[in-house]
Write a protein that binds this ligand. Sequence first.
Ligand SMILES: [Ca+2]
Length: 130
Amino acid sequence: MTRKTTAILSLVIAGALAPLLSSGVATADSTSRVPCGSGQVCIYPQVNYGGDPYVRRATDGSTSLGDKPIDNKTFSVINNGAERTARIYRSESYSGSRTCIQPGGKIANLQSYPVGRWGSSLKLNNDRCG
Ligand SMILES: [Ca+2]
């Protein structure tokens, strides 16, 4: 392989990867956001991932939101928990209308989803949504 060919290939690869890298980050605009780390499920008290998120490590398994500040303030969510689905329920004890977020998935505005902003418990599972 010539040096020129290698250089061209590098450019092609870089160009192909750039959209993938940028689309995986929850920074849709320039305003500051609290990022959701790898292996974490983050529920934000504002749409478009705004405000201080409730953060749960996916490896912790099934847990309730518990914290009063996030209760009924589930406006947006990022699921960075590898292999784990995240279900947000309207009521405590994992009942009521729910919305499931696939691993690697995110929802910028939960208000148009079944759980809405009214989430009060969160369950993480090693299953699939649906
Ligand atoms: Ca609720």
